[in-house]
Structure formats: structure tokens, C-alpha cells
Ligand binder design. Sequence first.
Ligand code: ADP
Ligand code: F6P
Length: 468
Amino acid sequence: MTRLIVVSNRVSPPVGEGKANQGGLAVALSSALRETNGIWFGWSGNEIDAFTGQINFARNDGVTTATVDLEAQDVEEYYNGFANRTLWPLFHDRVDLAEFERTFAGGYERVNARFAETMLPLVTSEDLIWVHDYHLIPLGSELRQRGVTNHIGFFLHTPWPVLRLLLALPSHRQLVEALFDYDLIGFQSQTWLDSFLLYVREQFAEADVTEDGTIRLGERTVRVVACPIGIDTREFVASARSEEAEQARLDMLKSLDGRALIIGVDRLDYSKGLEQRFHGYERLLADHPEYQEKVSLLQIAPPSRENVESYQDIRRQLDALSGHINGEFATALWVPLRYVNRGYDRASLAGMFRASRAALVTPLRDGMNLVAKEYVAAQDPDDPGVLILSRFAGAAEQMKEALLVNPFSPEELADALAQALRMPLAERQSRWKALMANVEREDVHWWLRSFLDALDDDDGEPTASLVA
Ligand code: ADP
Ligand code: F6P
């Protein structure tokens, strides 16, 4: 069976370690890695004085991880710099926040070269290599320069930016050209894929782009697919029905004292639209005073990328705004907005999702958004909550039965909230059923199989057996 090598900036803890942040991606990748005796390679998360290239191997629950420490300058220029100060804002339509520093671009190239050099001895000619996300776009090219001829796939978890914004990146052509060294590129949605093709047609006039998603540029051929990631639905449903989740649900209901819960769960990131969301809730309370003291918004937002200034700024803004909303509407017996900066284990999250009447998943831009899918999976089929979802999340392409909203408009958010709060049971059930059918069908195992089947296509050996 073809051995799989997964490469990503962060290496998730192997299944079984019981970490609170264990997501569906780690579950699915771990099962494929275990089946093929594969390796998950990436950054350890540690900083050292000088890069050594020494690999730390660990084996846990049948999954081998191989991690390297990065030096402080690498972390600053590659991770905090090019990945999170340049590419992340640019890929999420925030060119105003993007910083274009030569040292960042240099650090990005250096770390990608270091990753390639370090992982090279691990690669055998039979391996299937799968690189993830914007941190590692040039890795395939770095591996090719070192003689690797294996099938190499790349999956982008973020949106692909619109053409005119990407042109603001001084090295845009070099970045995109590196992608032609992969055999297959996966995007979360058709919208991101179309945006990529538009860039290629405009900027690489010499490229031959066929209808079936094959691009030829000189000697190189790459296929492109839209392949939306899912969650481990079965696992999340089981988690939502666990005793721990039930306890969290009951605790939450008790604290609500008969009020309807609206919930939001996001990394504290400016792309998640939290400011606009808070304004939408404020608008609901102002325009529909009948909901005052009848609802409660719980926003869970653990801090993320705290060394980056734009993240410090958004945190300050949300601190002020949440204080303002509570100051304006709270009574001695009611706090309208519960704003919590910490993470929860998956069962507790699922229990809180199940206790809520509606969820606000309203990013301004998002590659996919897994919280939307987790929210649906956690619901009680007899009494499901309503998903309010941004039109600008990749998930909106698959989840049309949600209440789709423009996340920039507080009025639209307030209207959707009012609609959700008064939605009859039969409508909630029929919307949920349609959403759940998709979340079950296109789960993380389906995603993994679809991508790997396409990557391994040439030699006709199906990789479906990789997936449990
Ligand atoms: P992103 O990858 O941009 O953070 P996603 O919505 O695709 O956004 O994925 C976020 C993942 O992190 C989901 O699995 C979600 O459940 C998890 N998560 C987010 N916030 C928390 C939290 N406070 N506690 C636990 N898990 C969280
Ligand atoms: O989903 C996008 C993503 O950037 C992942 O690649 C990443 O692991 C996650 O968000 C959290 O971000 P970070 O790894 O920077 O904490």
C-alpha cells in the first residue's frame, strides 16, 4: 500500500493523546497514516537558537510524527511574518493589514527549503506526499529541486484571493509558479478554484488550461480540484451524545434560566467577523426590544497568533465592544453577552451547541469553516438549532439550507437572528435534515479519499483502502 507522508506547519497530536484541540482533520489523517505506516512531518512548535535540522520522532497510537524545531528568526519571519502578516490577511481580503517585508519573504523561502532538506531522507520513491496550507506553498518546488519525482499533492485550507488583491504581493508570480510543481492542487470550494484559474489565465497567458481542470505550463502539468473538507461526523455525533456533553448541555440550560442561547465559536481572528457579529446582536436588542432579557449570546473566542499586532488590535476592539454592549443592555439579573477567551474540549463544545437555539458562524472570509458543520452534527434531530452562516465561508457552497447572511451587515444579522428565534419547529427540522445529510455524506473521510484517489490516479491504484 502506498505510504503517505503528510506535511503541515503544525503537527496535530496523534489520536488518543486526548488533547482538547483534537480535530477531525487529525482524526482522518491519523487513520490514513496508521493504515499506511506513514509519517506526519512539520514544525514542533518549539524555538531554538540555531537551526539543527534534527528530527524528533514520536509514535503514538500507531501514528509516527516527525517534527523539527525552528530558530527564533524563522518563527518571526516565516510564521509570524510571511504566513500570518502577509499571506493570511491577503488571502482573507485584508490587504490593508498585509505587510510586505523582504525579510518575511526570505524567511518563508528559507524555512520551506529547510523543511525540504530535512524531510528528504525520509522520502522513498513509493511515497505519496501531501502538503497542507499557505505556510508551505513552495515546498513541492523545493522537493523537486532536490530530485523528488513522487506524486505530490497540495491542499489549501484558506480561500484563494481575488486577482487584484493578489497582485499586491510583490512575489505573487513566483508564489503561484511554485504551485505548478505539484501534481494536484485542492481547494475548499469552486469559488476559490475559479479565482485561482482566473489568476492563471490572466498572469500566465502561455499556460494551457483545459475544461477538466488540467493546467499545462511548459513541461509541467498540474490538476486542480474543488474538494471541500468535512468533519468526522460520526465521531462528533457520538461526542454530542456523550455523558460529558449532556452534562455541559444541562449546566448551560440551568445558567440560561429559560432564555434562548445564541452561540458563536471561533479563533480570535479578524477574518471571523466578530465585531460585525457583536454589532448585529446589538442591533437585534435595539430593534427588537422584546428579546431583551429573553436571549443570551455566548461567544467563545480563544486567542490566536498573539504575537501579531493585528490580532492584539482585534482583541482590544472586542474587549471594548463586549463591554459596551453589556453596559448598554445588561440588567442586574441579565448579562446579554458572555464573551469567553478560552478553549473547550470537544464534548463540552458539542453540549453547548446542543443547548443553543441558533449559531452565528459569520466570517467575513473563510476557506471552509468547520464550526458550521460541527454545529449541525451536534444537534438533537427532534429539536435542532438554526445555523446562521456567512455567504463568504466556503461552507456556504454546501450548506444552502442554513440562513445565509451577509456578515458585513448588522441589519441582516439582526433579521436572521429574529428569524431563527421565531422559526417553527417543522422548519428547523427540515433545514437541519438537509444540512445533516450533507455533513454526513461529505465528511472528512470522504474528503481524504477523494483527494488521495485523485492524487494517486495515474497508476490506477485506488487509495480508498487508506481510509477506515
Ligand atoms: P480555523 O481553521 O480558521 O480556526 P475552522 O472553523 O475551520 O476555523 O476550525 C476551527 C476548529 O477549532 C474547529 O474544529 C473548532 O471546533 C475548533 N475550536 C475553535 N474554537 C474552539 C474553542 N474555544 N475550544 C475548542 N475548540 C475550538
Ligand atoms: O485553518 C487555517 C489554519 O491556519 C490552520 O492551518 C492552522 O493550523 C489553524 O488555522 C490555526 O492557526 P495557527 O496554526 O496559526 O494557530
